[in-house]
Design a protein around this ligand. Sequence first.
Ligand code: UDP
Ligand code: GLC
Ligand code: MN
Length: 289
Amino acid sequence: MSKPNAWVTLATNDGYAIGALVLAHSLRKVATAHKIHIIYTDGVTPNMLHQLQSTFDDSTLVDVLDSKDEANLALIQRPDLGVTFTKLHCWLLTQYAKCVFLDADTLVIRNADELFERPEITAAPDMGWPDYFNSGVFVFEPSEETYHKLVQFGLQYGSFDGGDQGLLNLFFSNWRELDARHRLPLIYNLCASVVYTYMAALKRHGDQVKIVHFLGAQKPWLKGGPTPLPAFWALWFAIYDEKVRGTVPSDIEGPTSDERRQAWEQGRPDYQGRDAFENIMKAIEKSLS
Ligand code: UDP
Ligand code: GLC
Ligand code: MN
């Protein structure tokens, strides 16, 4: 029997675990044929871990890897992201033939199983510096050897942003020169916080978007309000409301229903209840056409 493939995500605390739960439900909603695996650390509380284990197909406890690189993390204004070195553990999941890593702040809104046909390393350009790839969505092949090389490389050269993205882009430094199969269209990693700078392209391609990424310090599970594309936040909350709220130990401090209602102005679909996700998707499609 050949090995299966898997979507892989990471959570080192309960906040990101909520993101991971919504992500896993989004993958089920689009009927993926592949396994869904989470790597987590002991920063996730037991109750939350129970929810993760009943939602994901499998899970792996790993140690925190932290770059502790305060100087470079300050450059991206994200002192919290040193722990993203923990992501490297995903290369140890050798029970799978191929994997797609997804940040816990992503949401899969259309089936994207064709990603498993891509080779290592495949990713989309980073919106801040498109010569580098964004490490919130990437295709990789688990291998102990690659894992050890990555860790060695990290110890020797560090990371220019203090997080995994800086390290992975140094390690896979020829990504930009690789053939087209290695470069994903933005519909596989649409940064909800950035793309408003190019609404014309969004209007043209928005109805093909498959994976949304809530990149940046604002996250749907944190107080602070939606990014410039509130419709995508509304999709996240539709899944959160339907599948996750109530199952998590203490409710998260997200926007209130009123705040969400204000945020969601276009189309005014019935954004609550069972059909919320489908209604919002239809409204997005309508507003883009
Ligand atoms: N992450 C985590 N705990 C943290 C910070 C990050 O588990 O304290 C994981 C999580 O999967 C997250 C990913 O690392 O999605 C990358 O961090 P984030 O998405 O916040 O970075 P951004 O995409 O905003 O730059
Ligand atoms: C990025 C990526 C994220 C990564 C972070 C730190 O912005 O979206 O996945 O963890 O940089 O390198
Ligand atoms: Mn992210």
